[in-house]
Design a binder for this molecule. Structure first.
Ligand code: LMR
Length: 327
């Protein structure tokens, strides 16, 4: 009888060992945008590549549209081990590092090539590791593109948005940027923007063409102006506990899948920026304007003093390094 019990127990523990060994590593990837965006497509590409590189060993579950976490809760959830990956915009990390505020400085980068040059530089790469003490590791940067302004009244000069309520991401730099032109900035999660615009609780917002299009902001805003006044890019992050707890070869394969997925997302970002702007124009629902060199100068003069306000927190050397990437 004893022998029988022992062998049943042995079988049971072997079975549970095998089951445990066979269970794939689950990677929940949470994000806030639609699937037809650079980030949405990047996340799906990562799933495809990671699962192909590690068949049966990993399972990537992508949750778009703030289905799992909003941008105000995802990083804390990651620290607690409730989600493995996310790609918040660089504006949403200020609780974890002040250095990334660099990317919010208005009119810092001349174009996306300059952004690429900086992000690939030693200074840019070092920033990926700037939150390790907060248990967050950056796996790479992903582009969305330059931000534009939308509102229900025409916007050409800073005076046009004076006194108007603008939704911003949770960034003190963005707050200072709008205060510099006497607008009223309100920090709100991305998931609330459409309703805030639709109900006219706010007057306008800043975002990229792909977000304005995919979240239908253009359907509830009469005007959009191509100001290219700032950058909306992302950092793909994971928890250091999760990442460094993986076997070396698994981590290397996942990093490779991520690098390729990011390259794919970046190619889409470049293309979507133009395409989605055109779709908004073609819809006839929003009048899209551009600004003259003189009007641009007015925006630059009004907003650039913000750089000095954050120079100590960001570091003058980092701002200098970013400026060098503008050739
Ligand atoms: C926003 O909040 O406007 C963006 O960061 C959303 C996103 O992730 O692109």
């Amino acid at each position: 009888m004893k022998a029988l019990v022992a062998s049943v127990l042995a079988c049971a523990s072997l079975l549970s060992f095998n089951q445990a060994a066979a269970a794939p590593i689950e990677i929940k990837f949470s994000h806030v945008v639609a699937e037809n965006t650079p980030k949405g497509q990047m996340a799906l590409k990562f799933k495809e590549l990671a699962e192909a590189a590690l068949p049966g060993e990993v399972e990537v579950k992508v949750y778009p549209n703030s289905q799992l976490f909003t941008d105000s809760t995802v990083l804390q959830a990651m620290q607690l081990g409730d989600v493995e990956m996310a790609a918040p915009s660089l504006s949403k990390f200020q609780k974890y590092t002040k250095k990334l505020q660099l990317f919010d400085l208005p009119f810092l980068f001349e174009d996306m090539e300059a952004v690429d040059r900086f992000q690939n530089s030693p200074e840019g790469q070092k920033l990926l590791k700037s939150m390790e003490s907060k248990l967050l590791v950056g796996l790479g940067y992903l582009h969305n593109g330059m931000k534009q302004l939308t509102a229900n009244d025409p916007i050409l000069t800073p005076a046009d948005i004076s006194g108007k309520k603008y939704r911003i991401m949770t960034s003190d730099v963005l707050q200072a940027q709008f205060e510099a032109v006497q607008a009223i900035p309100l920090k709100k999660p991305f998931s609330e923007v459409f309703t805030l615009l639709q109900t006219k609780a706010i007057d306008g917002q800043e975002n990229t063409w792909s977000n304005i299009y995919s979240k239908k902001f253009f359907e509830v805003q009469d005007y959009a102006t191509e100001t290219n006044h700032g950058l909306l890019d992302y950092m793909v992050v994971t928890s250091s506990e999760f990442w460094y707890g993986l076997e070396d070869d698994v981590r290397a394969k996942l990093q490779k899948a991520m690098d390729e997925a990011i390259a794919h997302g970046n190619a889409i970002a470049a293309q979507k920026s133009e395409e989605d702007k055109q779709k908004i124009i073609d819809s006839g629902k929003t009048e899209v304007s551009s600004i003259t060199a003189e009007q641009r100068e007015q925006w630059v003069n009004a907003m650039k003093p913000v750089w000095k306000m954050f120079e100590d927190e960001i570091g003058a050397d980092l701002i200098e390094a970013a400026l060098k990437s503008n050739k």
